[in-house]
Write a protein that binds this ligand. Structure first.
Ligand code: AMP
Length: 220
């Protein structure tokens, strides 16, 4: 019998982590925990956390390791995450990965890297639209003006402006890309080509994770 499934996703901004995480979390019946979505909700609600981080998020930089680790630890303690989770957007630095390792103890992580070139990232994010109500990424159909999930109006993301995307790519290169080495030798590391069609990326990840689980059913 397969045990709990704990998954993290790596990849540059615009690689499709959010879209793929939403689909795969439904498939695997585990909660999709997006740190970006949690933080955007806090900004929208005007909470103390939201007020503290708004300008950092809008500039494309990362909020502090301590703050985000606290947010994630609290979220992982909720009952729906007791038998697995799919983390989207965390960890994003080596210290965050070390904190997650401590939290996980003996439990294994499956690491999924969605690989994409910077050129493709810039092209994709220039046209990305998200729902102003629920935050879902729009589907690829450019002619649709409303969200396919809730009917909300589609808008560009504030941090998808070109200058901000360039800063987010700098941050990714400097602070997040080292995680590829940090996790790279793990037997449960999967790398998929993010330039494929959306359905093909989903299938590639599902197959790769399945293969990981079958090769070590007691450990993953
Ligand atoms: P995302 O939706 O994952 O692209 O995240 C949007 C923004 O939220 C990032 O550019 C950061 O400002 C912030 N953020 C999300 N996750 C993290 C994290 N793990 N560490 C620090 N900042 C984060």
């Amino acid at each position: 019998m397969l045990t709990d499934l704990n998954v993290i996703m790596l990849g540059p901004p615009g690689a499709g982590k959010g879209t793929q995480a939403a689909r795969l979390a439904r498939l695997w019946q585990i909660p999709h925990i997006s740190t970006g979505a949690i933080l955007r909700d806090a900004v929208k609600a005007g909470t103390a956390l939201g007020r503290e981080i708004q300008s950092i998020m809008e500039s494309g930089r990362l909020i502090s390791d301590d703050t985000i680790t606290r947010v994630v630890c609290e979220r992982l303690r909720e009952p729906d995450a007791a038998h697995g989770f799919l983390l989207d957007g965390f960890p994003r630095t080596v210290p965050q990965a070390q904190s997650l390792d401590e939290l996980m103890g003996d439990q294994k992580l499956v690491v999924v890297e969605i690989a994409l070139t910077e050129e493709t990232v810039l092209h994709r994010l220039a046209s990305r639209m998200v729902c102003s109500e629920c935050g879902t990424n729009a589907q690829d159909d450019r002619d649709v003006a409303t969200c396919h999930d809730c009917g909300g109006t589609l808008v560009p993301r504030v941090d998808d402006a070109e200058q901000v995307v360039r800063e987010r790519l700098n941050v990714y290169r400097r602070q997040t890309a080292p995680l590829i080495d940090y996790y790279g030798k793990s037997p449960t590391y999967c790398r998929v080509d993010g330039a494929q069609m959306v359905d093909d990326v989903t299938m590639s990840i599902a197959r790769a994770v399945d293969a990981c689980r079958r090769s070590d059913p007691r450990g993953v």
